[in-house]
Design a protein around this ligand. Structure first.
Ligand SMILES: Cc1ncc(COP(=O)(O)O)c(C=O)c1O
Length: 406
């Protein structure tokens, strides 16, 4: 377990000492390597509790993918339960975590068969559904009489449609209005082998869209207006679904939000818990939100292996591109030494990344931050753990534990 006391200072605000300190602490480790700075992680975990304003926070594991970090944050007051991203992962985590909501539907028959044989896991794991067809799939793997009752939650779609901008939010659940959610809730209530225990509504167009667009104040105003409009509509839709479902089932939880939306999600009185994950490691996309600023807890270090000349040095690896709409903001952000720039025609490469600036030589090291928070773990067997400029050991990623999910 990693101790995560609230740090008294925010030394990452002084990059000129922060990044060299991190490099010095990891100088004896071979690069490429991932680094998790524990004071920064602790600061983020405590600040998320502040932002959640008293609501329990469910930890989105996809945004960490490091079991020790997940369990250590869960040990802090204010954090409770996980939002897992695959059923195989959920079964694994349920060995130690007693409240696991699977945030997305599953079609993993082998994992469903395991769940059906494991009464203890079935009591800890809640499956996410948005359609009868998912219930049929589960029953086809394990009919109700052959298995424990399975806990299910409904995923309410909270995307919106605006005249000029079109669809905003994610395309996931077909439950696009409260009535559809209530209809499905009724069918679940009548169906043997399932128990409706929760509702989740994720307002992606608020949580997952950054506020700041350098040099484009007009676009920033559009985004702010879209978010305001979304928040009003989302809260109404979620509250109506909760009111309707209350006639059918006793919901244990109503989950909303993500790291990017906590301030507004907690204002929805129908929500009983919020989700957050990516604000813990602090991918660089989160530098561009207005209401909060996570510390850069996760970063990675690449060695310079050659110098082609002309002010350019080439690092090993680097093309750790983030998922989502492809654009320059999905590239890793070089943060040390200062002033590094990609070569526009080559950018971050699969195994070689030329960087201009910094006067780098063979054997020097550069520090980068990933755009997102969980994805670097799919490149790393472990994170080096550093606190206050001192190496404290390492923590394996899921991948380092031989676990690759999705
Ligand atoms: C269902 C759901 N809830 C919440 C989140 C927010 O996660 P995070 O706080 O890690 O950004 C996501 C992220 O995609 C999600 O899919």
């Amino acid at each position: 377990m990693i101790a995560l006391p609230r740090p008294a200072a925010t030394p990452w605000d002084a990059p000129e000492s922060w990044w060299p300190g991190l490099l010095a602490a990891t100088a004896d480790l071979d690069a490429p390597l991932g680094v998790l700075e524990l004071d920064a992680l602790a600061w983020n975990a405590h600040d998320t509790v502040r932002r959640a304003a008293g609501l329990p926070i469910r930890l989105a594991t996809k945004s960490l993918r490091v079991r020790e970090a997940v369990e250590s944050v869960l040990a802090l007051p204010g954090w409770s339960g996980v939002l897992a991203y695959s059923l195989a992962e959920a079964l694994w985590l349920a060995e130690t975590v007693d409240d696991v909501v699977l945030g997305y539907p599953t079609a993993d028959r082998a994992a469903l068969a395991r769940l059906a044989l494991d009464a203890a896991a079935a009591a800890r794991i809640t499956l996410m559904v948005d359609s009868i067809t998912q219930l049929d799939l589960i029953d086809a793997v394990a009919p109700p009489r052959s298995r424990p009752e399975l806990r299910v939650a409904l995923d309410l779609d909270l995307s919106i449609h605006l005249p000029v901008l079109g669809h905003l939010g994610v395309r996931r659940s077909p439950l696009t209005d409260p009535e559809a959610a209530v209809r499905l809730g009724r069918e679940i209530a009548m169906r043997p082998g399932f128990r409706l225990v929760g509702l989740m509504g994720y307002e992606a167009q608020v949580a997952g869209v950054v506020d700041r667009y350098a040099g484009n104040p007009a676009y920033e105003r559009v985004i702010a207006a879209v978010k305001r409009r979304s928040i009003a509509e989302v809260h109404e839709r979620r509250a109506a679904a909760v009111a309707g479902l209350a006639q059918i089932a006793e919901l244990e939880f109503v989950n909303g939000g993500g790291t990017g939306s906590l301030e507004s999600t907690v204002d929805d009185a129908s929500v009983t818990e919020v989700t957050s994950g990516s604000g813990l490691f602090g991918g660089h996309l989160f530098d561009r939100y207005r209401t909060f600023r996570p510390a850069p807890a996760a970063s990675f270090v690449l060695p310079v292996v050659r110098v082609p000349g002309d002010g350019v040095a080439t690092a090993e690896g680097g093309g750790w591109i983030a998922s989502g709409p492809i654009g320059p903001d999905r590239r890793p952000l070089p943060v040390w030494p200062p002033g590094l720039e990609y070569e526009p025609r080559e950018q971050a490469g699969e195994v070689q990344t030329p960087l201009r600036g910094g006067g780098l030589r063979v054997g020097d090291r550069v520090v980068l931050r990933h755009a997102k928070s969980g994805e670097p773990a799919e490149r790393l067997a472990a994170y080096a753990l550093v606190r206050g400029g001192v190496l404290e050991g390492g923590a394996p990623t899921y991948r380092g534990e031989g676990r690759t999910f999705s």
